[in-house]
Design a protein around this ligand. Structure first.
Ligand SMILES: [Zn+2]
Length: 237
């Protein structure tokens, strides 16, 4: 039996950053308006959210990143368009715990949060070079984290695929649709060029792993990729 799945690419607005954060050794000094795009998946009785956006950044972070968001682009309003309240979300997948991917985690009080064990551990004690990327109050809330190690079959149609490199415990999401496989890359490939040109991201835990992860995603057959920050891709094709 094929369970009908619905996928909706949502928004949590945009935030500015130096484009070199997205592509290694390129674009220094260019400011990029990075899209924030959680993915809503209705899979049988599960209401699943991949990523929770950037939420409300503290003052210290707003000095470096400007969040641009129309009222109807806030994640809660985006869910409302689909008549879903945050407390109705049953599962959240955090690709990783950088602040621009888990900013609204606290909204989803009834959800189980799927994250790689290494990522959650590291988020509490990052190395100096990744420290600014983790914002403890965004992930260290009273939430039900389910830690996984490596590949994990979440539902009949959804597989968590480890893609480390950008962060220590990064994971991407493979969603098996009727006609094609949707791949939510996360920051393994924040822009189309990361995947298509095999250009690793600029923010790195380990560069060699980042390239292997891109190649792992490229090897998926019949794939439609979703790039986490690409502001030219705002809908599912
Ligand atoms: Zn990241």
């Amino acid at each position: 039996m094929v369970i009908k799945m619905d996928l909706h690419l949502l928004s949590d607005g945009y935030f500015t950053l130096d484009k070199s954060f997205l592509v290694y050794t390129k674009y220094q000094g260019q400011i990029y308006e990075a899209a924030l795009k959680p993915l809503l998946i209705i899979d049988g009785k599960e209401k699943i959210l991949v990523e929770t956006g950037i939420g409300d950044l503290p003052e210290a972070y707003r000095k470096f990143h400007t969040v641009k968001r129309k009222p109807d682009q806030a994640l809660r309003a985006q869910l409302q368009k689909h008549r879903i309240k945050p407390e109705e979300i049953t599962l959240v997948i955090n690709t990783h715990l950088h602040f621009d991917h888990c900013g609204n985690n606290a909204l989803f009080s009834n959800a189980k949060f799927y994250v790689q064990a290494e990522e959650l551990r590291y988020a509490y004690a990052p190395d100096r070079f990744q420290k600014a990327a983790y914002l403890r109050k965004f992930f260290d809330a009273d939430l039900d984290y389910v830690t996984v190690r490596g590949k994990h079959q979440l539902t009949d149609n959804i597989i968590l695929v480890p893609t480390p490199g950008h962060s220590i415990g990064h994971q991407s999401v493979l969603i098996k649709g009727e006609r094609k496989n949707f791949v939510y890359c996360g920051d393994a490939a924040p822009l189309r060029e990361n995947l298509e040109k095999r250009n690793i991201p600029g923010v790195l835990y380990r560069a060699d792993q980042a390239l292997k992860s891109i190649d792992k995603l490229r090897s998926i057959k019949n794939a439609a990729y979703i790039y986490s920050h690409d502001n030219e891709q705002l809908t599912l094709v």
